[in-house]
Design a protein around this ligand. Structure first.
Ligand code: SAH
Ligand code: SF4
Length: 343
């Protein structure tokens, strides 16, 4: 199986091309063609001599993602693409447009090992990690499409299928590639990684002092409740998650986002709001609440609008900054936690 060219760093590509006896500037041309011109394959790299294009086409695959299905929300603002990978596994990625924002929500794994009870990806179990190049390719796919309409991506969120910090190396390698000023040049500050709360990986991420934003999925502020929703809480209980979060904010001086999917009668209570406020006191953070999106494998219901408003008001009364996210794309099952592949 030929290698995915998007797996390579710029240095690795340079080395590879050098072994072919090509002059050094050729690898710069290829890198530009991949990440600035957004060439979808070697054939489109018209700045290169034909024999080199042919050799590239024989030696590499260009992402290997085949769009196999597409769904568009009724308001036309959200699109979900199902990509088939070379091993026939599938993943989904979403593009959302709000005003001037063009945000892509991409996957880091096929399936997920974390088993969060309300998440469709968790319900399908773990299939495999994505390679860095498969993560990059999702972004490039939407970037190309937007480019054709004179538009561009403004934000990337790694909140699709999978737990990005469980696939740490590949996810961060993908960020580095997308970040490269001589290539795609996508600012790290416009990338957000969301984690279920793998405390040691959060500390490692803090130590690397990246500009990439971090979000932590909480959904519960007492161990008993959180563990009933997120099984990983038994391994990394709240004290550890918050200690890692504090380590992150003190090391990086960057604000953390806590995510909270509001489930009627489960975690939308004043007691949970108070417990969350207590734990987060003095922490550089912000809470993002969103009413639960429905999934077939979980019977919990979204909190009503009144309960959502009451919960966020309770947080703010305790001095916690809070925003309520609008649910998007749920009519095409493209909302948070709704990505799953039946096959
Ligand atoms: N694995 C990472 C990122 C992918 S999930 C994580 O868990 O953070 C992205 C976000 O969607 C997480 O906050 C997750 O808890 C949330 N989510 C999962 N299922 C959901 C659902 N049914 N409704 C609303 N949010 C959900
Ligand atoms: Fe995995 Fe995140 Fe879904 Fe939990 S919420 S199962 S960590 S994708």
């Amino acid at each position: 199986m030929p290698e995915n060219i998007y797996n390579l760093t710029r240095a690795e590509l340079r080395e590879r091309i050098a072994t072919w006896g090509e002059p050094g500037y050729r690898s710069d041309q290829i890198w530009k063609a991949l990440y600035q011109e957004l060439a979808p394959d070697a054939g489109a790299m018209t700045t290169l001599p034909r024999p080199l294009r042919e050799r590239l086409a024989e030696s590499f695959i260009f992402g290997g993602l085949k769009p196999a299905n597409e769904a568009r929300s009724s308001d036309g603002q959200t699109r979900k693409i199902l990509f088939r990978m070379p091993d026939s596994r599938a993943i989904e990625a979403v593009l959302m447009g709000y005003a001037r924002r063009r945000t892509t929500c991409i996957s880091s794994q096929a399936g997920c090992a974390m088993g969060c009870v309300f998440c469709a990806t968790g319900q399908m179990g773990f299939q495999r990690h994505l390679e860095a190049g498969e993560i990059v390719a999702q972004v490039l796919w939407f970037a190309r499409e937007l480019r054709a309409k004179d538009d561009r991506l403004t934000n990337i969120v790694v909140m699709g299928m999978g737990e990005p910090l469980h696939n740490y190396e590949a996810t961060l390698a993908a960020c580095d590639t997308l970040n490269d000023p001589d290539g795609f040049n996508f600012g790290a500050r416009r990338i957000t990684i969301s984690t279920v709360g793998l405390a040691p990986a959060i500390r490692r991420f803090a130590d690397e002092r990246r500009q990439v934003n971090l979000a932590i999925s909480l959904h519960g502020a007492t161990d008993e409740l959180r563990a009933s929703l997120l099984p990983i809480n038994k391994r990394y209980p709240l004290d550890e998650v918050f200690a890692a979060a504090r380590y992150y904010t003190t090391t990086t001086h960057r604000r953390i986002t806590f995510e909270w999917a509001l489930i009627a009668g489960v975690n939308d209570t004043p007691e949970q709001a108070e417990a969350l406020a207590k734990r987060a006191a003095g922490l550089l953070c912000h809470v993002n609440v969103i009413p639960l999106n429905p999934t077939t494998g979980y019977e919990g219901q979204a909190s009503t609008r009144e309960r959502v408003a009451r919960f966020s008001a309770a947080l703010e009364a305790h001095g916690l900054a809070c925003t309520v996210r609008v649910r998007r794309g749920i009519d095409v099952a493209a909302g948070c936690g709704q990505l799953a592949i039946q096959s």
